[in-house]
Design a protein around this ligand. Structure first.
Ligand SMILES: *Cc1c(COP(=O)(O)O)cnc(C)c1O
Length: 462
């Protein structure tokens, strides 16, 4: 501690002196008194600590403290969760909310928000089942006998494993022990759901005989995991759902498949091959299938579990279902999203995820023509602007090898770093998120659903 610290500390303005200062006039009228006083106290406390540590030598005046507090209080009103313009080139970006909802889904959410028959049977006037809101659609679209919905796919996997194989052995190929974005690791989820993990095969090759041996040694569930975010290529062998289902039937052991993305539509028409379909997986004999609502399904964050009625009925009776269930806003969005699949021909118009995947380069060129003058005006004196070719990714671990041709607006800073330029774009309203690559900020136009919000953001900042 420095010698003059006690004198400085004593000279700090008092809470009430700060409160009476002009910069806080508006805040005094608007903000709860106790909250405002607490904020002033914590500012003064930080000043005191900085003085005591010698990080600060001047005692701030009451007006200066009031100004800092007023700025902090102003930020309380600014929403932390903001809409963003995702031009990263990762279309379903996990950190940016994955699939954008369709207009119909957004309307459904707004309608349900005021209150809705989430667990109420309108004909009998009795308590209903929230799964029934979407179960009919899910059955029709996938051929499943029954379905239930929880908060996300991690919850779906957990709940299904815990129901079907608590305290028992779950057999998984070593080639499928996947990690999804840091906190979801298949071996951890299997253990946390109360199951004993039995790894079979090797990283690159697993044979039907490996599974058979594990079942003969006491395995009680066959689990197949779609290796969403990577591919094993070269000298490989994996056992298909059909082969596992035949083995499961022979030895009376159920087969569960975690599909991750859970595509309902064949993406081959847009040049994306190799994503297994939910209906196909069920038809191949899987007893239970799980997948996300906000990946290739194009809906809200949710986890969908579907398959044979007996297995789904048991899953629904698991007390943990209550802890993992989703709310009315999610179910409203999911129902509206699923309904779009009833007319596949209009899917790419209705679901933004598919609009982004399906759009052609001519569409992107037209978009580029529309926004280029605005980007150039914004970038004047800051960056050189050019239109270049590139590839977009689907994202969210779907189709890791697939690249969709795209157009990028590339900004090369005239001075300073590209990350500084990227920060300026993030400071726009709404924030514009690009990616930095070899000295440039790249704005991928495939993710731009309409030009208006971007133009507005660029114009406002001048
Ligand atoms: C994405 C994914 C998950 C986790 O799904 P969330 O909806 O993010 O919880 C689980 N398994 C696989 C194979 C996935 O691809």
């Amino acid at each position: 501690m420095t010698g003059n610290a006690p004198m400085n500390l004593a000279a700090l303005p008092g809470v009430h002196e700060v409160l009476e200062q002009a910069p806080l006039t508006a805040a005094r009228a608007r903000v709860d008194h106790a909250l405002l006083v607490a904020e002033i106290r914590s500012h003064l406390e930080r000043c005191r600590e900085a003085l005591a540590a010698g990080q600060r030598t001047e005692v701030p005046a009451a007006a200066a403290v009031a100004e800092a507090v007023a700025a902090a209080v102003d930020s309380w009103d600014r929403p932390a969760l903001q809409p963003v313009i995702n031009l990263t080139g990762t279309l379903l970006h996990t950190n940016l909310g994955r699939a954008p909802l369709s207009a119909e889904a957004v309307e459904a959410v707004a309608r349900a928000a005021a209150g809705a028959n989430i667990e109420y049977d309108l004909s009998s006037g009795r308590r209903g089942d929230r799964d029934h809101l979407v179960e009919g659609l899910l059955r029709r679209l996938t051929g499943a006998e029954a379905a239930t919905v929880v908060n996300n796919n991690a919850a779906a996997v957990y709940l299904a494993l815990n129901t079907l194989a608590n305290r028992r052995r779950v057999v998984v190929s070593r080639g499928e022990l996947v990690e999804i974005g840091g906190s979801f690791r298949m071996p951890d989820i299997v253990r946390k759901s109360g199951c004993r993990l039995v790894e079979v095969g090797t990283t690159n090759r697993t044979h039907l005989g490996d599974y058979r041996r594990a079942l003969e040694e006491g395995g009680r569930l066959l689990l197949k995991v779609h290796t969403s975010n990577y591919r094993v290529v070269g000298f490989t062998r994996e056992v298909s759902v059909g082969e596992l289902a035949a083995l499961g039937r022979e030895l009376d052991v159920p087969v569960m498949v975690d599909l991750g993305s859970g595509a309902l539509m064949d993406l081959a028409r847009w040049g994306l091959e190799g994503e297994p379909l939910v209906a196909e997986t069920l038809a191949a004999g899987a007893d239970v299938v799980t997948f996300s609502g906000d990946k290739l399904l194009g809906g809200p964050q949710a986890g969908i579990v579907l398959g044979r009625s007996r297995a789904i009925a048991r899953i629904k009776r698991n007390p943990m279902k209550r802890a993992l269930r989703c709310g009315k806003l999610t179910l409203a969005a999911l129902e509206a999203t699923l309904r779009a699949y009833l007319s596949p021909e209009t899917l790419a118009e209705r679901l933004p995820a598919y609009r982004m995947i399906a759009r052609g380069l001519d569409d992107l060129d037209a978009l580029a023509g529309e926004i280029a003058p605005h980007v150039e005006r914004w970038a004047e004196g800051r960056a050189r602007v050019e239109l270049i070719d590139g590839d977009s990714q689907v994202g969210s671990g779907a189709l890791p090898g697939a690249a969709l041709p795209t157009r990028l607006i590339a900004l090369t800073p005239l001075e300073g770093s590209p990350s500084g330029l990227a920060r300026e774009l993030r400071a726009l309203s709404p924030p514009v998120i690009g990616r930095v690559h070899s000295g440039k900020v790249l704005l991928d136009l495939r993710g731009l659903l309409g030009p208006e919000a971007l133009i507005r953001a660029l114009e406002q900042s001048g």
